[in-house]
Design a protein around this ligand. Sequence first.
Ligand SMILES: [Zn+2]
Length: 230
Amino acid sequence: MNFTYLIFMLPALILSFWAQSRVKSAFTKWSQLPNTHRVTGLETAEHLKPRVGLQNVTLSRVKGTLTDHYDPSNDTLALSQGVADAPSIAAMAITAHELGHALQDKEGYGPMRLRTAIVPIVGLGSNLGLILVMVGIVLQIAGLTWLGIILFSGTALFSLVTLPVEFDASNRARKMLDDTGLVVSEEERKGVDDMLKAAAWTYVAGLLTSLAQIFYYISMAGRASGSRRS
Ligand SMILES: [Zn+2]
């Protein structure tokens, strides 16, 4: 059973591993290269906020590496130390991406609202779904197994809705950096693009992981009902 699980998950695991290492190497590379204006993440945010209509956003710091995020519940952009205080191309790209989420929040961007709305349902559904799948297989109740799979499928829906949210935030980041004159040289444009593309792949890997898990449970349900018939 564990071997079958590994076979199902292998492509997703490989893609996840590749995407994570790509994010790390992109961050290592572009955090060592200063941006043209020598602005840190915090200064990038201060520069962008009034120019893109995000004066309401509060800036804060967060511990950890690549833990930067925008919190829509209190309009706060939290930047990690390696971004907040670094005048690098990477810091500029990450800050602009997170402000892209702040813009989505302000404009009520559809996919972001959908994602926020389904978070509690997906959390509950995936836990309950997993239990139902296991119970359904053990007790050989196909209906219960399938109900569990359907509930668990919410995780894939969440990963799917995450894609437009993340891609759109990166597009907004590129645009605001260009429009406000922060990105000047071809090298820093390339660096920003490299950072944003690397991050995008981790979300594609997330979707593939959810799908692989669902396909695995479907195959288990199919085998359970098959063995019952024979
Ligand atoms: Zn994002």
